[in-house]
Ligand binder design. Structure first.
Ligand SMILES: [Zn+2]
Length: 304
């Protein structure tokens, strides 16, 4: 397996791995930190190590367990994903049914919940009882980039592991490995998120970022907005651009404490989502984009 995911989290992983080898790994962990910094990669790697047949050099990548896990077909590796934006109680009920039986292939069972903030109240409540009295040989590896939205009762039952934003050289290396690059100024805009860096590397460079759209630096004029709209030739270039704006707005929203700014960021995100829906219905981006860009200068000026 590539070392890339661990560029900045090697020490965190080693600490967890030592606990695993010593049989002291807590049965419920939650990885907390910004979106796109590698929490899920580390969680998945740790899950594979727990399930691997070669305890000391796990995950070996060669045993039956490692191969099943890599193919997404390991019967003892559970991954609970949001359905329609939320993880619902049905998913927890199904999981709990299997928890009453011993693991099928490996000595232990691992349950990944990558977006713990997506648990709805009923699902969180049902999961809580299991976290309080975990069944034998079962490890829960939760993660979230929005700790404030994870039910407190869930947070308090898990040992917290903090993940920091990735340093710029690590981001540059991740981009290089995928044949991509960003100049240092745009790399800084990614704020330590590999996901945002990858999106930015696909978005047209001449397009304004969130700072430019909503901040007070150098306002975007009507002529410029119109010219940008006209310069867009391929609709597929628009998608990574809009996603990079959404992700940046989302990351700020998670960290923002001012109610007024939160409202401005939410309005911003809603407008982008609406614009994206219009584009999917074959609206002409050359006509609509100047309108979208100008919209941000109006109600959001100096607020983001
Ligand atoms: Zn293995």
């Amino acid at each position: 397996m590539s070392d890339l995911p661990f560029l900045a989290h090697g020490e965190t992983y080693r600490r967890l791995d030592q606990m695993r080898l010593a049989g002291r790994l807590p049965h419920a962990l939650i990885f907390l930190g910004p979106e796109g910094v590698g929490k899920q990669l580390v969680a998945r790697h740790l899950a594979k190590a727990l399930l691997c047949e070669k305890e000391s050099s796990a995950p070996c990548g060669a045993c039956r367990s490692c191969q099943q896990a890599a193919a997404g077909q390991h019967p003892d590796l559970w991954s609970l994903e949001p359905d329609g934006g939320r993880i619902k109680i049905d998913a927890i009920r199904e999981l709990k049914k299997s928890l009453s039986l011993p693991p099928l292939v490996s000595k232990v069972r691992a349950v990944l919940i990558a977006e713990a903030h997506a648990l709805n109240a009923a699902a969180a409540n049902a999961l809580l009882k299991t976290l309080e009295e975990p069944p034998p040989a079962t490890y829960f590896l939760l993660a979230s980039h929005a700790a404030g939205w994870v039910p407190r009762t869930i947070l308090s039952r898990c040992q917290k592991v903090r993940f920091s934003p990735l340093p710029d050289p690590a981001l540059a290396e991740i981009l290089r490995a995928q044949g991509k690059a960003l100049d240092p100024r745009r790399l800084r805009l990614a704020q330590g998120s590999a996901r945002l860096a990858l999106l930015l590397s696909e978005a047209p460079e001449e397009w304004p970022n969130l700072e430019r759209l909503g901040g007070d630096a150098e306002p975007l004029g009507l002529d410029e907005a119109y010219a940008l709209g006209q310069s867009l030739n391929e609709a597929e270039r628009l998608t990574p651009y809009l996603e990079s704006l959404l992700l940046e707005a989302h990351r700020r929203l998670c960290a923002e404490s001012s109610a007024e700014r939160r409202f401005a960021l939410l309005t911003f995100a809603e407008r982008i989502l609406e614009f994206r829906r219009e584009m999917r219905q074959n609206a002409n981006p050359k006509l609509h984009l100047p309108r979208l860009l100008m919209f941000f200068k109006e109600p959001l000026e100096s607020r983001l």
